[in-house]
Write a protein that binds this ligand. Sequence first.
Ligand code: FAD
Length: 600
Amino acid sequence: MSTYQAPLKDMQLLLETVAPLAELCKLPHFADATPDTVNAILEESAKFASEVLCPLNWSGDQEGARHNPTDNSVATPKGFKAAYHGYRAMGGTGLPMPEDFGGMGMPRCVVTLTDEMLHSSNMGFGLLPMLTQGAIEAILLAGSDELKATYLAKMVSGEWTGTMNLTEPQAGSDLALVKTRAEPQPDGTYKVFGTKIFITYGEHDWAENIVHLVLARLPDAPPGVKGISLLVVPKFLVNKDGSIGARNDAKCISIEHKLGIHASPTSVMQYGDAGGATGYIVGEPNRGLEYMFIMMNLARFGVGLQGVGISERAYQHAVAFARERVQSRDVGAPKEPSVPIIRHPDVRRMLMRMRAQTEAARALAMATAYAFDLAEAHPDAAVRASNHAFVDLMIPIHKGWATEMSQDVTYLGVQVHGGMGFVEETGAAQYYRDARITPIYEGTTAIQANDLVGRKMAREGGVTAKALIASMREFTRELATSQHPHLKVAHSRLNSGIDALERTVAFNLANFNSNVRACFAGSVPMVKLFGIVCGGWQLARVALEAEKRIKTGHADKAFYEAKLATLRFFADTMIPEAIAAADTVVNGAEGTLALAEDAF
Ligand SMILES: Cc1cc2nc3c(=O)[nH]c(=O)nc-3n(C[C@H](O)[C@H](O)[C@H](O)COP(=O)(O)OP(=O)(O)OC[C@H]3O[C@@H](n4cnc5c(N)ncnc54)[C@H](O)[C@@H]3O)c2cc1C
């Protein structure tokens, strides 16, 4: 069976470089997140991931979740419910949540690492805590005091879980088409009617109640996205004393048969078949999508982390196989017997590509998570605002790039295994299948890309993108002071990458009003370009610190040298791909749109 070890040393290094925890815990808001506390959390989470979740990953995939049509219940695979209770007992569900509701209030940069471990060890499992976090955030953000008092403590403790109900058969990327109805009742509640599809953990057997957050339209709502409201619709109504009451008119009528994440039930939810499901409005009517988008920021960030987590797992698996599998002679020593495949240059290329992209995406996620924390807790309003803007810009980049790169990494994971990669028992195929959903849900890559070029760039005149470019330029001046050959190459490549990025930002701003179709034709390559250049920037920040530690005689020299070598590969191989993507952004639209629709 495949094993997983959390990359704790890498994670620690990120908490000392791109997301300096020692600085963060000086802020009163994060005073409890001391390095000792965080170390203990990371070690315990790592142990749980490798000893409890990892052994269930393969069996969960094979067994899958099962729907029982007689009572509309869903049974999750053997061992998952007990694992969830172990996760709760460890305090996993409350880690990032406010202390007022029983959480630990840990910074996002810490939770980013523990969440990555969940997704590496068992992506099907990790989805439930991820979506529950999103549902809690929405209630925290806009819920009334009564809603908070009724639901939050139980959701933070993990006693109850949460879902996000956006999608309907005719409304996927385009939520303006949502049809589910919510009719106001004299007592201030609503009756909800409609069908939601693809609802992750919409039904399961881990918790006594499920708190659905449902997008719906009120009778007088304006058409389009401005007429959508957000409602809490619990599986069981809650009595005044907080105990579980009557069953609500909400049921899971089936679950999907999918390419991957078999352990995670993807439910079709039916609301209102027996007179209307009781719902409670969150915040103000018609502002549901606005609230959902704030909650979706976190969910999109979480899906990007799934990309990182599944890539790390595929990489570890491929390295282990490449060390063991003996095949073919070394091209540099053809008279010697056959060697482990890790000695073949092309296998090295694949492993480096897997490793470098995973590390870059993790570092970028951590830089974003750190900005989340500063945006929330820094005493200076200007610092909060600039970090907020950075997070907003980074969400579509991180989600789009980390999930797309996970396709490449898990594909290579299969390739390293040769024919054994195509055979299910080795496990490499499962990572490939599981990874495939990540560029689709929480907004496809195209939707992230539209968000990047439209809302996050053109609409604000490129202010944040230009500030980002200025920060990267400032960093490359620091990088230029190093004489290390790998850092010198990285400096030159990164500068070219930033030039390319600047060129595409200028193209986008110049053309958005006059030739919007051209901007959207190149928006997905733009996500790739931003992801690679920003990922390279963060990798270089880590490598610069690694060089300092080597110079000062740090004991773990081999580990730090590996950081420099990984950056060198990324600079030589990935940044040129980003520059090629920039050419596509600027010059590709004509060809992309040349063929008439009816000629396809
Ligand atoms: C396993 C799984 C779990 C899910 N979990 C949840 C959940 O918990 N809650 C929930 O509400 N939903 C969930 N979803 C739904 C998911 O978020 C949607 O499938 C996703 O947003 C895409 O919508 P769609 O499937 O309708 O595709 P469509 O919107 O029909 O898209 C089809 C294609 O058209 C492209 N496209 C559409 N619009 C544009 C545009 N404006 N510009 C460019 N290209 C465009 C897309 O990129 C895509 O390539 C889940 C889906 C799956 C498969």
